[in-house]
Design a protein around this ligand. Sequence first.
Ligand code: SAM
Length: 269
Amino acid sequence: MLRSVSRVHRVSTRGFTTQWKQQRDADVYAYRAIKEGMRSRAAYKLDEINKRFGNFLRQGAIVVDLGAAPGGFSVVASKHIHLKSITHDRWNSIEDMDSHFAPADIARSVGGMQVRRKFGQLICVDKQDMDPVPGAVFVRGDMNTDNTYQKILYALNGKEADVVISDMAPSTTGQKEQDHFQIMQLAEEALHVADKVLRNGGTFCCKIFSGGDEVDFRKDLESSFLKVKGFKPAASRKSSKEIYYIAKGFVPAHLTTELSDAKQDDHGE
Ligand SMILES: C[S@@+](CC[C@H](N)C(=O)[O-])C[C@H]1O[C@@H](n2cnc3c(N)ncnc32)[C@H](O)[C@@H]1O
């Protein structure tokens, strides 16, 4: 009798401890975000990813931030890339610029380096509204519609992006398969945008929930980028299936033979 009581106690204590640790991890970053005036705990994830993967958010970079609301990632990106600060409290919104616009074609570059600029450019995209980030442009739209992509092109005004970030996530249902399926669709949309707008050598960082289909997604990434890594930041809840893929060294479609040559050289070394 005594033995069975102590066994139950041990099991429940372990369960409680794990739950408590997860809660504590979540709270540490949530508390820090409030204390440091961050819009969300997600800010710490991007900061860590950027540091860990070669500070790809460089001064003067052009960044497209997909799934930007409430703006944790956007504020971090804006600090690294130096935005020309515009002090009014409204967005530079695409709709404000011109309601009957034609998207500008992207002028494709050949070189694999970021153009030197004093100020960067940040394009925040979300289907929900968010508070303005001074100096950034807001594209309100659903990434599942073509119109949103056209608005992004318009915001880029013919320039290529150095970085595309996607923190897009569906409202989770608790049904892991469905959540996984939905986020993989969003990740595919984000990769489609990255394929179209990234410069040669650019970086793509994308959130997914693991569940099986990420294996094919990773293969897709490997066919367009020199290096692909999966990473779970410290601010990500341990219990969450969330992973970020960081893909560096984008090779545009017209140069993909260069990518296979570079990969063969890598293996040959
Ligand atoms: C986890 S939140 C992003 C957090 C944000 N990156 C931050 O740092 O504060 C996910 C966002 O993805 C957006 N989202 C989900 N589906 C979308 C879609 N189809 N098109 C555009 N945004 C979408 C949601 O509206 C939500 O704001």
